[in-house]
Design a protein. Structure first.
Length: 580
């Protein structure tokens, strides 16, 4: 009997995952048809972040298999130590990425699976949570649709950095924490969920997870009957931070080595640079908690129905769902505000603003709206429980089971159609005005020509890719070099991350002067540079001539070792001493 129940549960979970995987594939089609050859790029100006997410997960997968003790010493910004900690590590997405990457060696396939399966698991988790609170699978579908059929999620947040797709534990954390813990053993069930979810991103996801739980602990400690549960929850939060400490120490070490780290970034102007007007901030299409008329109407109508049923003495069909959905929605909304807001022209500091004054990690939050993912989880719960309230009312009024079933199904169809209509018509407020593209935008990832692979893989000495595009477009060149490095894992002088090492700009100034022998000598002396990959098509004719006709005094140290069209690979060889 137990085996039959377990098999049945596995089959139900499999069908549920398949259902949401099909839904996510539909929303992002034709990505599912190009899993191994294309990347999602709806926000094409942020392709560097997609390359970064893929590279960082590939590096960690490779390091865990070959040299786990060197995982912090990523192959970028060579010879900088602990290069991994200049940007997000995304460790929470490894369970989705690593098996596919290690089995196939295809980073494009692995990051697309992470993107699609991560979102599908998040939708399925929301479905399960709402169903547990309402007893209705239709309510679960409505809650999951509120979360997934969201322009910010599908077109902005997750595609910008696909490791953020690993949000599947957020709804489960909200549900598990909702029940007061009768013992410390029960509370500890939350610990592995918290640690793994926080590891998805320590800057954006971790505060979105721990913030609502901290508020929940504070609320519970005010009541005598829940005070013990509050202490247990606070203990679990403390244990979570302790478990994350080794990773945080890596970031603190980078900060200690770079006293001016806040200035060592491409992103000097951030979302926190300017105050946000309220309530307009919550109504914009580029915001996770955009209050579409569908969500507003559903939650308000469900709340009215719930209030009426409570006054009439009806049993509550969704105990706890309203309170905890509202908790996550409100706390997530507050966390997502920048340091300053304006209300009716008056300027106010937000909690983030005060935290940034004394909590160093909060100063690294550049796009505070990303913390709104916690609020989006709360909004999904509220939408699901609201539907559950209305569905319960329908079942009460339509006494015949068959009629009640048809009524609930019709209501779900109308709600889902309206949710999708809001999703499809909100595109103009998130991006440029106009209709949503007929197909989800894709792009071809950077590749390494086959002719260049043998010499690249022949050793593990440092490599530099040149030239760089002028201005801010440089980040795409560095990120593409990182993506290509997955094929050979040489140490790279190139690098893109949230921050750069203090000596990185000087190295790139020398790199921009190549093939100048003096600049080359400096790079060899300071980095051990052994190979240069030239993308000659990017050079103007005059600059290209300098590479094809090197100086004849014997001082030029670049020897062409491989070529594929305009892709040229040079080895750095010892200088020939001048005669006499």
């Amino acid at each position: 009997m137990w085996n039959q129940l377990r098999v049945g549960a596995i089959l139900r979970a499999s069908w549920l995952l398949a259902f949401y995987l099909a839904g996510v594939a539909w929303l992002t089609w034709p990505l599912a048809g190009s899993l191994s050859s294309a990347l999602p790029c709806p926000t094409w100006i942020f392709m560097h972040d997609i390359y970064y997410s893929t590279w960082v997960l590939a590096h960690e997968s490779h390091a865990l298999l070959t040299a786990p003790w060197r995982i912090a010493d990523a192959n970028i910004f060579h010879p900088t130590p602990s290069a991994l900690f200049y940007g997000p590590a995304g460790l929470g997405a490894l369970p989705l990425f690593a098996p596919v990457f290690l089995a196939t060696g295809n980073p494009t396939l692995a990051i697309n699976v992470t993107f699609l399966v991560g979102l599908a698991l998040t939708g399925a988790a929301m479905h399960v949570v709402v169903r547990r609170w309402t007893g209705s699978d239709l309510a679960g579908v409505v809650g999951a649709a509120t979360l997934l059929a969201n322009q910010w999620v599908i077109w902005a947040f997750v595609p910008t950095a696909p490791h953020w797709a690993a949000l599947e534990l957020l709804p489960l954390i909200a549900f598990v924490a909702a029940a007061p813990f009768p013992s410390m053993r029960a509370a500890l069930r939350l610990l592995p969920l918290l640690v793994l979810q926080c590891l998805t991103d320590l800057v954006y996801v971790a505060p979105a997870v721990l913030g609502p739980l901290g508020v929940l602990a504070a609320i519970r400690i005010l009541r005598r009957d829940t005070r013990a549960a509050a202490v247990r929850l606070a203990a679990v939060l403390a244990l979570t931070l302790a478990a994350l400490l080794p990773v945080y120490r890596g970031y603190l070490g980078v900060r200690a080595a770079n006293p001016n780290l806040s200035t060592q970034t491409w992103w000097a102007v951030t979302e926190n640079t300017f105050p946000a007007p309220l309530p307009d901030r919550f109504l914009g299409g580029d915001y996770p908690l955009v209050l579409t008329p569908v969500a507003m109407a559903l939650v308000c109508l469900g709340a009215l129905v719930a209030l009426g049923r409570r006054r009439a003495g009806a049993a509550a069909p969704v105990p706890g769902g309203w309170a905890h959905g509202a908790l996550w929605a409100v706390v997530g909304a507050v966390l997502s505000l920048p340091a300053l807001v304006t209300v009716a022209g008056a300027l106010y500091h937000t909690p983030l603003g005060y935290l940034a004054m004394w909590a160093v990690p909060y100063r690294t939050i550049r796009v505070s709206s990303r913390l709104g993912v916690a609020g989006l989880v709360g909004l999904g719960i509220l939408s699901g429980v609201a539907f559950g309230e209305i569905a319960s009312l329908i079942a009460t009024r339509l006494r015949r089971p068959a009629a009640a079933h048809v009524g609930r199904g019709a209501l779900a169809a109308v709600v889902l159609a309206l949710v999708y209509h809001a999703y499809a018509t909100n595109y103009g407020s998130l991006f440029l005005p106009g209709p949503m593209p007929a197909a989800y935008p894709l792009c071809v990832p950077p590749t390494v020509p086959a002719a260049l692979l043998p010499p690249l893989r022949a050793s593990h000495e440092p490599l530099l890719e040149v030239p760089f595009a002028p201005g801010g477009a440089t980040v795409n060149d560095h990120a593409a070099a990182m993506y290509r490095s997955i094929a050979h894992w040489r140490p790279l002088l190139n690098g893109y991350s949230s921050y750069w090492p203090a000596d990185f700009p000087q190295r790139m100034e020398d790199a921009a002067q190549l093939p100048n022998p003096v600049a080359l000598d400096r790079l060899v002396e300071t980095t051990g540079l052994a190979m240069v990959w030239l993308h000659a098509a990017r050079l103007p004719p005059a600059a290209r001539a300098a590479w094809s006709a090197p100086p004849g005094d014997g001082a030029h140290r670049l020897q062409l070792v491989a070529r594929s069209g305009d892709e040229l690979l040079y080895a750095v060889v010892p200088a020939t001493p001048s005669p006499g």
